[in-house]
Design a protein around this ligand. Sequence first.
Ligand code: COA
Length: 260
Amino acid sequence: MSDELLIERREDGVCWVTLNRPDARNALSRALNLRLAEVARELAADPAVRAVVLTGAGDKAFCAGADLKERKGVAAEDTGPYVDAIAGGINAWAALPKPTVAAINGYAFGGGFELALACDFRLASPNALLALTEVRLGIMPGAGGTQRLPRLIGVARAKELIMLGKRVDAQRSLEIGLVNAVSGEAGLTAAVDEFLGDLSACAPVSVAKAKQAIDRGTEVGLDEGLRIERECYDVTLFTEDRNEGLKAFAEKRPPAYKGR
Ligand code: COA
C-alpha cells in the first residue's frame, strides 16, 4: 500500500507526493484515499515542509478518479464509506495549512479533478485533460466538485463542465482560470519549481494565516471576512518571524524564518 503513495521531501522544503498506480491511471482506491488523508495531516504537522506538490506517476495520468473496478462490486447502499473516504482525503488536502500545488501531468478525471480543486494552485502539462465525468457514469461529483469548481471558475462554466461532462484541455483550462499555468519545454517539474519560487523568503505562519483568511473569508459576508482577516493577521504579530522580517529588512539581508 505504501508504494501507492510516494513521498519525497526535498531540501528546498517542497514535498512531492506522487499517486503511484500508473497501471490504473492512478485511480483512487479506498485505501489510497485514507492514506492521502493521513499524509496530508502528517505534512501539515511537519515544520520542515514549506509546500506540497501532488502529482501522478507515469506520463499519462494525474489521476483517473475513483477506482471504478473496486466500486463496481459495491452495492449502492454500501457506497457511502467509499465516497466518505474520497471526500475525507480531498478535504484533508484542502485543509493543509501550506501552499499546495496539483501538478497535472495528464488525465484528471472525476475524483482526480476534485483532488486538484482542493489544492491552492494547479499547473498543467500540455497533454493534461480535465473532466468531471460523473454524470456520464450515472452519478455526480461527490467530493467537492459541485462546490469548489463554481467558486473557482464561475457558475456558468462550472455547469458546462459538470452537467455536460465536458473535457477541457490544458490551454482551455488556462483560459478559464482552472489552472494557473501550463508548463513549457522545460517540463512540469521545472514549471512547479519556478512557480513556487523561493519559499524561504516567505514566513510559514504568514502563509498559513493568509491562506486561512482567503479560504474562510471568501465563504462569508465582507464584514465577517474582514473580521477573519484581522484575526489571522493578529496571529502573525506575535511570531518570532515577524521580528525577524523587520530586522532582516533593516539589516538589508534575507530573512531566516523559522515558522514560529
Ligand atoms: N478506476 C479503475 N481503473 C481505471 C480507472 C479508474 N477510474 N481509469 C483507468 N483505469 C484502468 C483501466 O481499466 C485499464 O486497466 P486494464 O489495463 O486492466 O484494462 C488501465 O487503467 C488503463 O486504462 P485505459 O483506459 O486503457 O487507458 P487510457 O490511457 O487509454 O485512458 C482514461 C485513460 C483515464 C481516459 C480512461 O481510463 C478513463 O476514461 N477512465 C475512467 C476515468 C473516469 O471517468 N473517472 C471518474 C470516476 S468517478
